[in-house]
Design a protein around this ligand. Structure first.
Ligand code: GAP
Length: 441
């Protein structure tokens, strides 16, 4: 099995991530987070919010509605341009993203370039292709009881527009000084032609986005500052190895319609280097378009100079699932043991691990050990909340299970604990065991 298969299997086996609607045979491009996955995902989202919003004086949060007035998506350019190149096989009618079938191709691939690559249909093996068509990725729905052209609405394809449409509300209620940012976390929906690579390309994903509003002349300096802060967050706070994180300057022809400069921060996933997040200079594209479409001023009045202007925007945007996958890929390892057995370890940073401690009695059928272990469990639970109890199987099996789910420390109560009021604390990464007084835990 490849490393990616091993991670998918671990995620399913240990309750991190399941295929969406599994019980009905699944729903392509959707994933459900199980009990441990929710803990990991929430830790990541909370740490992001804490770093980018709570700890700063220049960031404010919003939580906007997912279904927005459809004029949002006309003004933002998504109705006209949020499309991927779709190619259909005329033999089997399989539909694919054209750029994903040609090595090194980008989303702007033309039919001629596609045909020149002499690609065979991945489903039927024939080479009889239709023209490339642009396929809009927004999910349409209807609002209200009548499903006609007047009731069309979209599930938001990015959380960003819920920030832009609230720009004036935030300015008029909080009176922030430029530069400042508005942050949002939430679901985004994209009708991807070919969802793939486990949770990397989904039809329903969660984004964590910031729109950072700046004076037009100051964008370059602030872009570099935000870029350095992204690396600090990813490498020093989330703990991704710096050697696996790379900046990619996106060429003009591949940038989103709103961007004048984009750096994609890429990560070395087990299947190869892929985009983890984007940092884009969106100019005043969004606010100016909202101003035109709504007739409402999006200008900001400088408190010192009194000058009014539409701010420019720098946007760091990251998908939660891509960050979860980066964290899992960096943490997953297998070790061959001397007895020929194998140990699977998720070396998650303590801050991200679903549980910080696992408490066990050495033997489950000795009531005095169980009682003492329950006392230790209650003590740690009160202090650290994310503590689990395990008295199944033998101690070796329990360690293996906790290693696999990334629990940093296992605490075991044995017969000596009854005499000395101490426990064994075993470290996940080194497997080293030390004795610690219960009062010192
Ligand atoms: N507001 C800008 C924006 O949405 P994007 O590059 O399309 O830009 C930003 O998406 C981030 O959202 C990506 O870098 C990625 O982390 C995540 N993302 C986008 N599409 C995704 C998908 N289909 N599945 C999972 N994550 C996705």
């Amino acid at each position: 099995m490849s490393k990616i298969d091993d991670i998918v299997s671990l995620c399913k086996r240990r309750g991190f991530i399941f295929q969406g609607s599994d019980v009905y045979g699944g729903m392509a491009g959707t994933w459900d987070f199980g009990p441990l996955g929710v803990l990991l995902k929430r830790n990541i989202m909370n740490i992001w919010w804490n770093y980018w919003v709570d700890q700063r004086d220049d960031m404010y949060g919003v939580d906007a509605a997912i279904i927005m007035n459809p004029r949002t998506w006309e003004a933002s350019g998504h109705v006209a341009t949020f499309a991927d190149p779709l190619i259909e096989c005329k033999e089997c009618h399989g539909r694919f993203r054209a750029d994903k079938l040609v090595e090194g191709a980008t989303e702007s691939i033309t039919t001629d370039e596609f045909l020149a690559a002499k690609v065979k249909c991945p489903t039927c093996g024939k080479m009889n292709w239709d023209e490339i068509k642009k396929f809009n990725m927004m999910f349409q729905t209807h609002v209200g009881p009548v499903a006609d052209d007047n009731s069309i609405a979209y599930l938001r394809p990015e959380t960003a527009q819920g920030i832009f449409t609230n720009f004036k509300n935030v300015v008029d209620t909080i009176y922030p000084s430029l530069p400042f940012g508005i942050a949002q976390q939430g679901k985004a929906f994209r009708n991807e032609i070919s969802p793939r690579d486990f949770i990397l390309r989904d039809r329903e994903c969660s984004q964590m986005e910031i729109e950072y509003f700046v004076k037009p002349g100051e964008w370059e300096e602030i872009f570099e500052k935000l870029r350095a802060e992204q690396h600090d967050f990813l490498e020093n706070v989330i703990g991704l190895p710096a050697a696996m994180v790379h900046d990619f300057e996106v060429p003009a022809e591949d940038r989103a319609h709103y961007s004048k400069r984009t750096i994609d921060i890429m990560f070395d996933y087990p299947n190869g280097r892929e985009e983890l997040m984007g940092l884009a200079y969106r100019t005043d594209f969004d606010l100016s378009n909202i101003q035109k479409a709504s007739g409402k001023s999006m200008e900001y009045r400088d408190k010192v100079t009194g000058e009014s202007f539409v701010p420019h925007v720098i946007e760091p945007s990251i998908g939660v699932e891509r960050l979860v996958m980066a964290v899992l890929s960096a943490a997953y390892r297998e070790e061959d043991l001397e007895d020929g057995d194998k140990r699977t370890v998720l070396s998650l940073p303590e801050t991200l691990a679903p549980y910080k401690f696992c408490v066990s009695p050495l033997l489950k059928n000795k009531p005095e050990l169980v009682t003492k272990a329950k006392e230790v469990y209650a003590l740690l639970k009160q202090k650290y909340t994310f503590v689990t109890w395990d008295d199944s199987g033998n101690i070796g099996k329990r360690y293996r299970k906790q290693d696999e789910i990334g629990t940093p420390k296992c605490v075991v109560v044995d017969f000596d604990s009854l005499e000395n009021d101490d426990v064994t604390v075993r470290d996940r990464d080194t497997t080293e065991q030390i004795r610690v007084k219960i009062s010192d835990l």
